[in-house]
Design a protein around this ligand. Structure first.
Ligand SMILES: Cc1ncc(C[n+]2csc(CCOP(=O)(O)OP(=O)(O)O)c2C)c(N)n1
Ligand SMILES: [Mg+2]
Length: 300
């Protein structure tokens, strides 16, 4: 199995881009390109990655790179893939990398269609849990309680009042060949999943938690630690669903969720009651992830 030490030296997403210090999605883009290499076509809709990877006149991508509109990542990659097939180029990986806003909200119609048709593409959602590029607005992937500019902290309400939308489950319900969740703070697990996605054919969906120091309000050197705590508190479960079988890849330590929340300014205003509500959510989420895993035959 490939580990972080085996990664090639060549970069196809190079340094010199304009991401914020400590940007989780920038780390992810680098790792994705180290796994997939030169024979790759990338599509990105409007998001931070589009902006910081290609701030005119510079371009960090060393492979063909496309952008059309916000809504249509999945259908654009499906079209690129089909065109390449016609040209006899079955050796090229076609990857769409979209944010949570561009996936869970704005791109979900095209995503659902391409998944249902089992298009031969890889769709990666980098989950930084808000519309960061336009100034930190809530998405359906923003967690309960989080401050954003559209879920402000005031007297009437404090932060987001809804829980995070579970997109990986929506993708499992499409019965595609591969669905995986990962986090940049667990690099070997992430690499194994990217490697697997590279080998499998048909529709592949990966949702990768990528902390954002700017939007989550934590110091840039804490990106990896925050991601680790998201997993070890049970806020984010690492699992994969492959040809109808689901497996949980990491058993969380179930550290009290407060340890995760208190590192981030976006949760600073939470009351004790809110923290308890999030802790209850974590418990329910873990139990239901386990139940789903049992139903899909991968857990005792
Ligand atoms: C149709 C359309 N609506 C809105 C926008 C403005 N817009 C550009 S980037 C962005 C935020 C994207 O959020 P997300 O997909 O989560 O990626 P992130 O910025 O967090 O990296 C928005 C709303 C747009 N470009 N096109
Ligand atoms: Mg986002």
């Amino acid at each position: 199995m490939m580990t972080i030490k085996d990664l090639p030296l060549e970069d196809y997403f190079t340094s010199g881009h304009t991401a914020c210090p400590g940007c989780g999605p920038a780390i992810l883009a680098k790792v994705i390109m180290k796994v997939f290499g030169k024979n790759t076509v990338i599509y990105t809709p409007a998001n931070c990655l589009l902006v910081f990877g290609g701030t005119y006149p510079y371009l960090a991508w060393k492979v063909p790179y496309h952008h059309v509109a916000f809504e249509n990542t999945a259908v654009c990659i499906a079209g690129i893939r089909r065109a390449l097939k016609r040209m006899g180029r079955d050796d090229v990986h076609v990857i769409g990398i979209a944010g949570d806003g561009g996936t869970a909200d704005i791109g979900i119609q095209a995503l659902s269609g391409a998944a249902e048709r089992n298009e031969d593409v890889i769709y990666i959602m980098y989950d930084n849990e808000a519309y960061m590029n336009t100034g930190i607005q809530r998405s359906s992937s923003t967690p309960y309680g989080a401050w954003t500019t559209t879920t402000p902290v005031g007297k009437v309400r404090a932060g987001k009042t809804e829980f995070k939308k579970d997109v990986p489950r929506i993708m499992i319900a499409h019965n595609v060949p591969y669905v995986a969740t990962a986090c940049i703070s667990f690099p070997n697990d992430l690499l194994a999943k990217l490697e697997k996605a590279k080998r499998i054919r048909g529709f592949r969906y990966l949702q990768i938690l990528a902390p954002c120091p700017t939007g989550w309000r934590f110091p840039p050197e804490k990106t990896i630690e925050v991601g680790r705590l998201a997993v070890e508190t049970g806020m984010w479960t690492l699992y994969e669903y492959e040809n109808g079988v689901m497996r949980i890849n990491h058993k969380p330590k179930m550290i009290p969720v407060e340890e995760y929340l208190k590192l981030q300014g976006r949760f600073r205003h939470l009351s004790e009651e809110d923290v308890k509500r999030i802790q209850d959510y974590v418990k329910r989420k873990w139990e239901s992830d386990l139940a789903l895993c049992r139903a899909y035959g991968g857990c005792e």
